[in-house]
Each structure stands twice: as C-alpha cells, then as structure tokens.
Design a protein around this ligand. Structure first.
Ligand code: ACO
Length: 304
C-alpha cells in the first residue's frame, strides 16, 4: 500500500530578485552566483505573510468540493514559521473549511521536510481519503544581507500536493546527523548561518551513499528511475550526484535558475513545474531526495 500524488500547485511571490541586485549590495557577481550555484533569480515576499503563500498555492490546487471533503490529513513543512501557535495546518483547515475529522500537523525538518511529510502521510492516510501536503518558506526574512555566502542562495515560495492512498507501494528512508554548528538560525546567529562547503560535502557523500543503499533495499535499479527529484540547493550538487550515479542530467530536473533554494518548498515547486510542463507520466518511477538543516535527509520512492 502506498500513496500517489494526484494534483500539484505552486506559488511564488511577485517580487523577482536577480543576481544583479546582489552585485549592488555585496562583493559578488552574477557570474560567481550563476556558475557556482546555477541560480539566476529568486522570488522574495514584499508585504506578503507566509500564510498568503499557503493560501495562494492551495487556491491554485483548484480543489473540487468532493476532493476537499475527503482531505483528512493536512501537513505543512516549513522552517520559517514566525509563530508556533496555532500551527499553520490548523489555519489551513479553518480557512478552507476542511473536515474537522483531520490530522493537522506542521513539521520542521529543514529542506527534508516535504519528503518526510510524504512518509508521515503514508502512515496516516486510509483508503478513500485524501491528504494535503504543503512546503512553504519565507527565507528572505531570516537572511543576512551582509553575508554573500548565504544571501544569494535562497528564495521564498510555496508548493502543495494532493495525495491519495493507492495499491502500489511507496518507500521511504530518512537519516539524521545532528550538527547545529554548520547550519542554524537563532542558535549562534540571529540570521541564517551556513557553512556551505560542509553542507555540500554532507549532501554529496552521506546523502548519495544513503540513496544507493535505499535503491538496493527496495530492489530498484538506478537505471529504472525516470526522475531523481532533488532538493534544489546547488546545480553542481545535482551534477555531481548524476555523474557518480552514471545517469544523465535530464533525469535530474532543475528549476534552481528561476527560484533558488526554497528549502521545504523546493521539491513541491519543482514537481509542479514538471507536471505543468507535461513531463510526468503515469507510472514514472520517481526518487525524491531532500537534505539540509539538522543535518537531516529524507528519500522517497513512488510512482507517478
Ligand atoms: N560571491 C563571491 N564570492 C563568494 C560568494 C559570493 N556570493 N560566496 C562565497 N564566496 C567566496 C568565499 O568567500 C570563498 O572565498 P575565499 O576562497 O577567498 O575564502 C570562495 O568564494 C569559495 O567559497 P566556498 O564556500 O568554498 O564556495 P563553494 O564553491 O563551496 O560554494 C556554496 C559555496 C554555493 C554555498 C556551496 O558550498 C553550496 O551550495 N553548499 C550547499 C548548500 C546547501 O546544500 N544547503 C542546503 C541546505 S539549506 C537549508 O536547509 C535551509
């Protein structure tokens, strides 16, 4: 028994910030940012709040009354919620008048949060039910705009998926290597702090190794995967992973050039881009790969 994504949506705030903006405020260049990360622009909120991004992406899901009635699980994955009470998923239930017979929980697992949410949904959802999973971040509010090594990397946005229970099994694996020094906000820094090189090494060593073990455990060959849908942190990481797996880059889709690193929102936004472009076909074998703050990682295998 597994889960299947039946609808996707995404919402990016209107303000587009290109690399030239950072040339004006920091000792950096469009060339450095685009060649070292793949990022050309990102979206930042103006006067929008996080819940505005959530609302817009759910509206774009265009839920029918029947779909809305069947939603019995709501999960919001985020690391940048600015208040803890009430949680965001309860506000989704209220705003969209969803069933009271609903699990509503928020999870903070950095850039791994969306994929971890899929695993939780598999455990909660029952036949005939639907689940709503949203990844959302307003990272611009916690960026240090005097730090060129982090400010240029991140963007704001939201993505959502509607899921149903299905016969075909889906599989998950997750891991944690607790380390508050290399990536934190509010621990030893009032703004987001990251030792990028350390996180990079973690992703292309630990996470990549775990991915190979995962494929072996579930008996799927890497050559059978249609798409490796990776967290969009740096195009060079994806190129490195594709190279060591021996697969071509067209199986590592990316939209990092347009959105930057949107943490928990990164994978659902990419899924929505691919879905809208008609790239995802029923039966496609997909491996999702989230990694980041914690340090944590989460992997999911499912069919489209
Ligand atoms: N413009 C110009 N120079 C820069 C910039 C910039 N924006 N940023 C850093 N540099 C400089 C550094 O100061 C350093 O200079 P030095 O050699 O004189 O000391 C030089 O560039 C090289 O710095 P590195 O950090 O080694 O650069 P690297 O090639 O590793 O790229 C980057 C840095 C882009 C951050 C990369 O390490 C990376 O993508 N890391 C992974 C980030 C990640 O995966 N995050 C995911 C989790 S995020 C979350 O969970 C919220």
């Amino acid at each position: 028994m597994g889960i299947r994504i039946i609808k996707t949506s995404s919402y990016l705030p209107n303000k587009i910030v290109d690399n030239l903006y950072f040339e004006k405020i920091l000792d950096t260049s469009d060339d450095w940012i685009s060649s070292r990360t793949g990022i050309r622009k990102r979206h930042f909120v103006g006067d929008e709040e996080m819940f505005d991004l959530i609302r817009e992406t759910i509206v774009k899901l265009d839920l029918s009354q029947d779909e809305a009635c069947k939603i019995k699980t709501i999960i919001v994955a985020t690391s940048t919620a600015f208040h803890a009470i009430p949680n965001l998923s309860s506000q989704v239930q209220e705003e969209f008048n969803l069933s009271e017979d609903t699990y509503s929980l928020d999870i903070n697992m950095g850039c791994s949060g969306f994929v971890a949410g899929l695993k939780l949904i598999k455990g909660i959802i029952k036949e005939g039910e639907y689940a709503l999973l949203i990844g959302v971040e307003v990272l611009s509010k916690i960026l240090d705009f005097t730090d060129r090594s982090t400010a240029v990397l991140f963007g704001d946005g939201a993505g959502a998926v509607l899921l149903e229970h299905c016969e075909k099994d889906s599989f998950f694996k997750s891991g944690t290597k607790g380390n508050r020094d290399v990536l934190n906000y509010g621990y030893n820094s009032p703004k987001l702090y990251m030792e990028g090189r350390e996180v990079y090494k973690f992703a292309v060593s630990t996470v990549e190794k775990s991915m190979l073990e995962f494929l072996q455990q579930i008996g799927i060959r890497k050559g059978d995967i249609d798409y490796f849908i990776s967290h969009q942190a740096n195009i060079r990481m994806m190129e490195s992973m594709a190279k060591s797996l021996g697969v071509s880059m067209d199986r590592f889709p990316s939209n990092i050039d347009r959105v930057g690193n949107t943490s928990s929102a990164s994978i659902p936004i990419l899924l929505d881009y691919m879905n809208k472009e008609g790239k995802l076909r029923p039966g496609d074998k997909i491996l999702m790969l989230g990694f980041g703050a914690g340090l944590t990682w989460a992997l999911a295998y499912m069919e489209w």
